[in-house]
Design a protein around this ligand. Sequence first.
Ligand code: SAH
Length: 412
Amino acid sequence: MKKCLVSEKCGGCVYASLEYAKQLEEKEKRVKSLLSSICPVRPIVGADEPFYYRNKVHWAFGHMGTHLIAGRYAEGSHRIIENDECLLEDQECAKILSDIKNLAVKFKMQSYDERTKRGLLRRVLVRKGMATGEVMVVLVLASPVLPGKKGFIKAMLEKHPSIKTVLININTRTDSMILGDKTINEFGRGSIWDELLGVRFKISPESFYQINHDQTEKLYSLAIEAADLKKGEKVLDAYCGIGTIGLCAASSCPGIHLTGVELNRAAVADARENAKGNKMEKARFLVADATRYMVESATKKESYDVVFLDPPRSGTTPEFIRACEQLAPKRIVYVSCDPTTLARDLKEFKKRGYLPQYAIPVDMFPFTEHVECVALLQRMSNTRKATITLDVEMEDYHRIKNRTEVTADATE
Ligand code: SAH
């Protein structure tokens, strides 16, 4: 197996020394331990190529004495680990970053010092459309003036013609956010394109976009298959980002009526363009908090046949789930990046009349401990719902009772 030379110093890969097949076993075991009391867990879907999958790579810039250094931060710290051969990062992205570092030395660029708050170059972010080969470079600076900017960008473009756009982001923040609020487009159109399941997507510097292209196609295919869409159905894509799940679903079943809801304004703007670019003008995308949108839709007595939801790690809210009960979609497809919050939410869905049918773990992030899941929930009939609700409530009752008894024992 390929070995990372800095895995101990870096700490980013929990499974750095574990064979890939074993990693999959571990992840499947973890998902089963959390979910198998709720629904059947199908075998994990592993990656054909577990290395070099990250299509988004960012390096921090700093200095060691008078030398400019660049690399990843060690896990949980701001210590820069220099290493051109990360086993997760796309190799072209890493090469571009390494060349940018050499150019920065040549152009005598000052790196930013987090302690003194002086200097200029903080980070460089590189994103790549794996299907199109288009690359975006974002230079993150502490102030807008980059001496020698034209020559620097020209040299970058000459070395790497795959760079289709270069942006400067001004970040004066003191937290660990990579990007600041202001982004200036210096070359190209300010975004790149990629393709998932034959649908083209515009990616801006700030928008969320899945980092493992090939596994994302598998994840979305499983979600779309679970949704079993039919022409004419009303479909909601909640937490839709740039519209990827919904638009891939609409491409697989062109007759659906798609609504996407997302909090990030820039992502929604991209989603709308993506709908147009793929000639899916009927799809609509709204900027809103997903829970608020659901609650309002339920109040207005709107209806959906199918709901996809793909929330952040914290999962969704009890209010979202209660609103689902009122909106009464027939099927709900939950795409989750944290099986712990998925387990919590599936139990809540079960109380609200949705029976989890199965969950499938998908390994989107080999070598790390993260694991994604797709779960299908089906609406129950009212009688079935009454029995199940009672069962779940009794389970909760016994669990709380046991916990209280154990705590009482411990304090005795
Ligand atoms: N489905 C998309 C995005 C998933 S990531 C994809 O596969 O690419 C989760 C998304 O939820 C992010 O785009 C984030 O901006 C969005 N988000 C976070 N909190 C939200 C909220 N309360 N309401 C709506 N969207 C939210």
